[in-house]
Write a protein that binds this ligand. Sequence first.
Ligand code: GZL
Ligand code: ZN
Length: 334
Amino acid sequence: MARTTLTRTVLAAVSAAALFALGACSSDAGTETGGGGETGGADDGVITLGFSQVGAESGWRAANTKSIQDTLTAENGFDLKFSDAQQKQENQIQAIRSYITQGVDVIAFSPVVETGWDAVLQEAKAAGIPVILTDRAVDSDDESLYESFIGSDFVKEGVTAGEWAVEQYDGEGYKAVELQGTTGAAPAIDRKEGFESAIEGSDIEIIDSQTGNFTRAEGKTVMEGFLNKHDDIDLVFAHNDDMGLGAIEAIEAAGMTPGEDIKIITIDAVKDGMQALADGKINYIVECNPLLGPDLADIAKAVIAGEEVEKRIVVKDEAFDQEAAKEALPTREY
Ligand code: GZL
Ligand code: ZN
């Protein structure tokens, strides 16, 4: 089981690669600006892009950062300015303001939480600097504040996780605990919503739920708390692999066998999570593809060239059980 359609990212990457090939030769020529000149910005054919990253909180984030830094390179026509906000919204707002002051051609960022962005995005709009959202969404009424949002459907990820749990465990009176992602973050809000909707009508009951802030350390601490409070936990639903890996440590420290005594379902499908799945310590992982660099480069070039871009690009995700993880591990990119 567990293979769904190819990711849209792959298709976008192909078109982006073709675009790069064109872009590279034209910037090598150093003469034509590929149309970037007349629409403002990137006059020398180089797109200066300011990126504000959430932080370095998880394996997913590291893979996402690598994809962006490996793709938005000088030879691909970019001058990338990159900042890490240590998961603090005020640091992201500060970084975006500094990119506005520097007069970059494009601003891109992954909003750590959904709300509180309208003011700084209005400032970018007033400065005539287009904004692209990657990974996480903002809850803003004014869609003119950004050109495009490239990211997975987090509600669908939660539904996929919940549907598998129902398929496997319904009818056994399972008691579940939930390790939530960062409070207020789109993936945390939406994965919770999706999972809860999928288990409705089943006899799986969520008896406790708390944020582990998407980190392994906090996932472990919260799971230790759950184990002290409850002696009837059958299932852990963790909003990302890293918190699931922390839960494994807590479960083993309590003398129990993860994946057997307590089942675990997580989301991301990064290497460490897939290894634990293949080793039988996790039971199911829904992928959240972090390789957003090619889509971002593709959209940034189109925006600078004054082309229409899709407002919402949904990155396709797969899902893996233990058998599928053993098959996929040898060739996984992240
Ligand atoms: C999801 C991303 C989440 C990952 C976590 O697109 O925002 O943040 O699921 C990461 O691993 O910390
Ligand atoms: Zn929302």
